[in-house]
Design a protein around this ligand. Structure first.
Ligand SMILES: CSC[C@H]1O[C@@H](n2cnc3c(O)ncnc32)[C@H](O)[C@@H]1O
Ligand SMILES: [Zn+2]
Length: 655
């Protein structure tokens, strides 16, 4: 008598991705209680089973559900927000500031629903995520019916859901406890990357993963710069560093590994770490092309991911598979480098190993969960079909199939997409809610992009010094030393501090008159700090008035420590013009008539042809006080013997 089962998919080309590479041309898959109970010829299974439901798969391939090994699914709401930037500008200039303003539980929930809808329609059934408010990712993935490893992100910087790492770790523990044991959702913790984490963060995250037997998720060796900085700061590559701080003690999923060295690959293989490059994102952020072939050949468990939709910009695993097949060919000149079958394995059986879920998914085999995808084969862009070679189906799936060819999707035997319609999610409602959130971000960015101060504030650490700066400048001649000596030795002048420094200034000039100065300040006087000091200052034109004697009163300067490179700031602010100045400066801080002033003796020239200037400056919060100080500066000029016609009105950058 025929056995009663839940479901039979029949009449399709079954691409099992099992160890033997079995392909059944008129094949069927029997599903019961969420698991695959038989795989075989359609006729045989039709005889053996009495299914409650039959899905006719003629003209289609039945493939294992695709595995997206690295994603930030809520970031679908940031898709298309900024493009064509390097990783640091993209991340520190746009993602982090916008996330800190807008990412909350609702953002994460709606963004995840949007991604789940997109992924399901494109044949992805499992994804590995790392983001904030990860309990909302888990909730949305659960509602969508998908399988997911959900990593609660931790780092040393404050995040949208935690003000410190300790708070983030507590949150991760609560999240893991809440979801641990769920049949499809694996909760875990995800230290963001070596450059945003400390040894302690990795060690404590690894200990938490060990306690619950869940994989640790992280980013490693995504860009060449990351590797260079890791070597110069820690003397090891990010991958060796991750091993040193315990990230590989249990199961680990390492996103990207684009710049993994041969030694790194050995470490990854020995520790059984899953390496998950993200071809589109790695190209779009110009991070590079992962060494797919060398990683595969050296026995590393390799998977594939989309990365977040803000750097991809879609979550179509068919594109990633195609790129993983094409890129190594283009780079090596060897068309056999990563054959279609291997590329397809990266998103199925090998991908499952890379995310440590190969006991459940990744191939169509008896005993595995019924995560299955039905792909139409006879579309305009993929017709006709050849069958003389067993490999032709891989070529078809890798080079011509697209996400839009996916017809039906099952996870755990439950149909989630039927005839290209989402069963578990309300597509129209998700699109509406997504656009509402994006509209708020759009307004915020439109304002911010027009406002340099807001842009500086967005990257953090700014002191809002809205002050009056009173300053006067004079060009000095051969008598310069005598002029300065007269000034600093004058009766009533008390020197409080003296220093010598070389300053390298880069000015960004904007059409509206605003300026940004990035200063590298090296002190050379005895006892000075050995490290240069980097500052970024916004000099807004603000209210600018001139007092007697060419004394300039400017308002609104905002200064912060400059944590990024000049290149970062250039790409982030996109100035209309750039100018550079180098000067040697002797500076005396003096007290005169109970007010403090800075006397700067500046040399822009070479020793053989010095270009000498004297600057007298002071700062205050009050306009009235500024005017009073301007009068005192007039007295100091008289003491120095500087006549009115030696005074300059311009800033150095304008001279
Ligand atoms: C770990 S998710 C949280 C955090 O990571 C940022 N992010 C997204 N994609 C990348 C990437 O490719 N490299 C580094 N960081 C990335 C995202 O904006 C979130 O803030
Ligand atoms: Zn990522």
């Amino acid at each position: 008598m025929a056995e009663q089962i839940d479901l039979l998919l029949t009449g399709g080309t079954v691409v099992t991705m099992d160890h033997a590479g079995t392909i059944l041309s008129d094949g069927a898959v029997a599903v019961h209680d969420g698991a695959i109970v038989a795989v075989g010829p359609s006729a045989a299974l039709a005889e053996r089973y009495h299914p409650n439901e039959v899905i006719d798969c003629h003209g289609c391939a039945i493939i294992p559900g695709l595995i997206n090994g690295h994603a930030h699914v809520p970031m679908s709401l940031l898709r298309g927000m900024v493009a064509d930037q390097q990783l640091d500008v993209w991340l520190f200039g746009y993602m982090f500031p916008v996330e800190s303003q807008f990412v909350d539980a609702e953002f994460v929930y709606v963004g995840t629903l949007l991604s789940c809808a997109e992924m399901l329609r494109g044949g992805t059934t499992t994804f590995v995520d790392m983001y904030y408010f990860e309990e909302e990712v888990a909730r949305a993935a659960e509602e969508a019916g998908m399988r997911a490893i959900c990593g609660q992100t931790v780092m040393r910087l404050p995040t949208p859901d935690a003000t410190s790492f300790d708070e983030g770790l507590d949150r991760s523990r609560r999240f893991i406890e809440q979801w641990h044991g769920h049949p499809r959702i694996i909760p875990t913790v995800a230290p963001h990357a070596p450059y945003t984490c400390t040894d302690r963060i990795y060690r404590e995250a690894a200990a938490l993963c060990a306690e619950y037997g869940v994989p640790l998720v992280t980013h490693l060796s995504e860009t060449a710069r990351e590797v260079e900085e890791s070597i110069s700061e820690r003397e090891v590559t990010p991958i060796r560093y991750a091993k040193r701080v315990g990230a590989f003690d249990g199961a680990c999923i390492a996103a990207h590994c684009v710049h993994a060295t041969d030694d790194d690959m050995r470490l990854l293989r020995e520790a059984g770490v899953g390496a998950v490059p993200c071809p589109t994102s790695n190209l779009k952020l110009a991070s590079g092309v992962a060494p797919y072939k060398r990683m595969i050949d050296s026995g590393v468990k390799v998977g594939l991911g989309t990365d977040g939709p803000a750097s991809n910009d879609d979550q179509d695993m068919f594109t990633e598979i195609q790129l993983a097949a094409l890129l190594p060919k283009g780079i090596s000149g060897d068309p056999t480098a990563v054959p279609a079958r291997d590329a397809f394995a990266l998103a199925t059986c090998w991908g499952a190993k890379a995310v440590h879920l190969d006991h459940l998914v990744g191939s169509i085999e008896v005993g595995k969960r019924a995560d299955l995808v039905v792909v139409q084969l006879a579309r305009l862009h993929s017709a006709p079909r050849y069958t003389y070679s067993p490999d032709a189906i891989y070529s078809h799936l890798v080079y011509s199939a697209r996400a839009a060819d996916v017809r039906d999707v099952l996870v755990d035997g439950r149909v989630l997409v039927r005839n290209q319609d989402l069963v578990s999610l309300d597509e129209r409602d998700i699109l509406h809610r997504s656009q509402q959130i994006a509209a708020r971000i759009d307004t915020f960015l439109a304002r911010r992009e027009r406002n340099l101060l807001a842009k500086i504030l967005a990257i953090g650490g700014v002191q809002q010094d809205e002050i009056f700066e009173i300053q006067v400048k004079a060009r000095l001649d051969a008598e310069a030393a005598a002029v300065v000596a007269r000034l600093i030795n004058a009766p009533g002048v008390q020197i409080t501090k003296a220093s010598e420094r070389t300053q390298y200034d880069t000015y960004f000039l904007f059409a509206n008159g605003e300026r940004i100065r990035i200063r590298e300040d090296h002190r050379s006087d005895p006892g000075a700090r050995p490290q240069p000091k980097y500052t970024i200052t916004l000099i807004a034109p603000g209210e600018r008035g001139e007092l007697p004697s060419a004394i300039v009163l400017s308002r609104a300067r905002y200064t912060a420590a400059a944590d990024h490179t000049v290149r970062f700031y250039r790409e982030y602010f996109q100035p209309d013009q750039i100018a550079e100045r180098e000067k040697r400066r002797r500076r005396w801080r003096i007290l005169y008539k109970e007010h403090d002033f800075a006397i700067n003796f500046d040399n822009f020239g070479r020793d053989s042809a010095p270009e000498l200037y004297l600057e007298i400056k002071s700062r205050t919060w009050s306009r009235r006080d500024a005017e009073h100080r301007a009068e005192i500066i007039g007295e100091l000029l008289a003491i120095a013997g500087i006549s009115e016609d030696a005074l300059l009105k311009q800033e150095y950058i304008d001279l």
